[in-house]
Design a protein around this ligand. Sequence first.
Ligand code: PMP
Length: 534
Amino acid sequence: DLNEHKPKAIDLSHHLSNVSKARKTSPLKGLQRYLGREGMVQMAGGLPSPAYFPFSELSAEGLIPDSFPLSSTTSSSSAFSWLFKLFQGLKTQEKTTHLTIPKYPVNPNDLNLAVSLQYGLAKGLPQLQKILDEFVLKVYKPAYADSVTLIHAGNTDGWYKCVQTFCNPGDGVLVSEWTYPSAIASMAPYNVKPVAVPMDGQGMSSAGLRKVLSEWDEGATSMTRPGLMYIVPVGQNPTGATMCVKRKQEIYDICVEFDVLIAEDDPYYFLQEGPYVRKTERSASVQFNSDEEYLSHLAPSFLSIDYQGRVIRLDSFSKTISPGCRLGWFTCNPIFAERLERQGETSTQAPCGYGQSLVTVLLLNWGYDGYVRWLRALGSQYQLRRNFILDCLGDEFHLKLDYETSGVWSGCDTYRAYDKAPGDATFNEKHAVFKPMFSLVPPTSGMFIWLQLHLDNHPSFNCDEETLEMQLWVDLAEAGVLFAPGWMFSAKESNTDAPGKGHFRMSFSNAEFEDMRKAIATFGAVIRKFFEKH
Ligand code: PMP
């Protein structure tokens, strides 16, 4: 038993919001214990007869778990031409496995449409629950014994439900100073405010968190000390930062000390790409000998250090299966799970039965090992993409390695981007001194590269850096390349940038490889021209 010798979750029900406490158990719930009884004629609920469901069977061609290779690291640039071929080839000749879900299976306990397309429990399909329970115990290893999984309709829904369940109007939520804007958008209309915590190269700073909490002044802020944190610890959106277990432990301990719950929004967990190695120094290798070894190299979840049950982990199938299935799950203590389930009963109910059925049949077919194999290869795919775009940036600009001592990247090796050919005098002459245009830290997870623009090196810089950020953004958009402007991700009311700094977030998750290369060339031309403007 993987939960043997672990403590049980402590009672943290004082964190429940007034709205959550006011939710009553659905009156129909009392009927449920009779539902399974043999011979019971169900005439209580308004359930349509499955005979009227216009699907007698759902079938699908699912990709096989080892559709993508495990190794992405090859030394030569021909690796990418190999990759283009692979990518094109996969689109036309994907290897699939045939999946079917009948309405009425021979064994009524098998996955079937009569049940999965019916009104169901907000908990979701029992077959899916079983898969998730096993997955969480083996992969995330919660440090307490009675963690519970509960499905939701993706992390957007999961976070929204957290806000409703743990926040009263006027409350504050601890967030990183740069954060995922939709998370704040879920809170804002309920007058739940972000409380920005400083970041460094690993994401949220533990020293910064302690300072915010220990110096909290209710009078000055007109807000009680926040009791909830929202954090994206892996492939942080937008900075791409990934937090190691030591930092997680520090943050967790502070949260215990100040009685703060942690909502761990972790959609990029399996997109851990490892350190970036320059093209010329890269060597071909399969990184791990086994799936176990692979899993043990992933940054551990907050769950693995959560001995009290104060972490509400949000997992999503959006980045590992597809965003359109609108499916994910909570892992949390049983008291919170019960309240979140009650909330589900009055909102989403169970996520869509078609999506749940298809994801479940695929995972049943793949099995635990197959799913881990899939995730492992997915990590390699994103590693390839991350490497590719950084290689393109390295081809386009002169990237000089530097060490950051302050700000969001402090403690990180940073690449500063100069105009190509630093020996070439033209750029230098124009600006008297040779200065970088932007800096970046190669992300080790996720989908994003966060560029810090050195707008103070722009000839017409006059402390109006926000305008300059948008000017460059418009120039770039006009030239056909869309990045996300940095201001969108600021958790502070005013821009969090140091004077003269601006940001762009570029994603490498979706564009075709050749398009990415073209986009970086366009970016190069536009930003050079921009920095030459007087
Ligand atoms: N959280 C973060 C940090 C994200 O970046 C995203 C997707 N961009 C989401 C949540 C949304 O996830 P889902 O599709 O599961 O709602």
